[in-house]
Ligand binder design. Structure first.
Ligand code: BGC
Length: 254
């Protein structure tokens, strides 16, 4: 695919808190087909401002003429964003697919960021070949989640917003909380234990995949998370959103 520009190479775009990143994706290999481009996230990151950046990114890959998938860190229902826990509030109710399509002139599909990461980890990464229920969590500014059962995504699970012991889970256990409260890995692992135990009780998953940027340090905290379910660090790291977005654009959720 990488050697065959101008065909139908899909493009994945990941809208994050600090950067909007995109790359053409080779879905046979589950990897970038070309170098990633990054543009800083505008401040404020309103739908119109982000649409402009998205159009610029898409324009910088003239050879990737296939479907375009874009992640958003919020609930996405039929192309419309309905929550905005960690992004500008003006996203609530924004018709993201319509806006991005209008700004770029390309048909675009929009997917929750953790759902995209989940699809990618199950197809190409840490949960490749796994059977049954896989829960992929991303530990970052918030906690994102993807529920994937036998390869089929149940979208918008939003398990970072479960209320546990009177707290919204991501307000206790996100990686941003570890950083802002300067928690030791031991203390953070205790909070993660409470969180993952709760998920175990609710879903009896077969596998947890622990993603987000901090997953590259998984050896410093994952062994201290005391749960019964097998849990493994994500493999695709910061590529998962882009790869999953492109996969979603081509195949949808299954
Ligand atoms: C949002 C989710 C998102 C997660 C990770 C949460 O606060 O509600 O939609 O997947 O953060 O970005």
């Amino acid at each position: 695919m990488a050697d065959d520009p101008g065909t139908d190479v899909p493009l994945g775009i990941d809208f994050g808190g600090s950067g909007i990143k995109g790359a053409p994706v080779d879905l046979d290999r589950g990897d970038f087909a070309d170098d990633r481009q990054r543009i800083p996230t505008p401040d404020p990151s309103t739908p119109d401002a982000v649409s402009e950046v998205v159009a610029e990114l898409i324009g910088s890959f003239p050879d990737a003429s296939g479907p375009v998938g874009i992640t958003v860190p919020g609930v996405v229902r039929h192309g419309t964003v309905t929550t905005a826990a960690n992004i500008d509030q003006s996203w609530i109710g924004a018709e993201a697919e319509r806006l991005f399509t209008a700004a770029s002139g390309r048909a675009v599909r929009v997917v929750n960021d953790a759902d995209a990461a989940g699809l990618a980890e199950v197809r190409y990464g840490a949960a490749r070949g796994a059977h049954g229920l896989v829960i992929v969590t991303t530990l970052g500014t918030g906690i994102g989640s993807a529920l994937v059962n036998d390869g089929v995504l149940v979208p918008n699970s939003e398990l970072g917003h479960l209320e546990i012991d009177g707290y919204v889970a991501e307000h206790r256990a996100a990686n941003s909380v570890r950083e802002s409260k300067d928690l030791t890995m031991e203390k953070w692992a205790k909070r993660l234990t409470t969180y993952y135990r709760h998920l175990e009780r609710l879903f009896s998953p077969d596998l947890f995949v622990v993603g987000g940027g901090v997953s590259k340090r998984a050896d410093e905290f994952l062994p201290m998370v005391e749960i019964d379910t097998q849990s493994v660090p994500a493999l695709l790291r910061n590529k998962a959103g882009i790869i999953g977005a492109a996969l979603y654009a081509v195949e949808g959720s299954a």
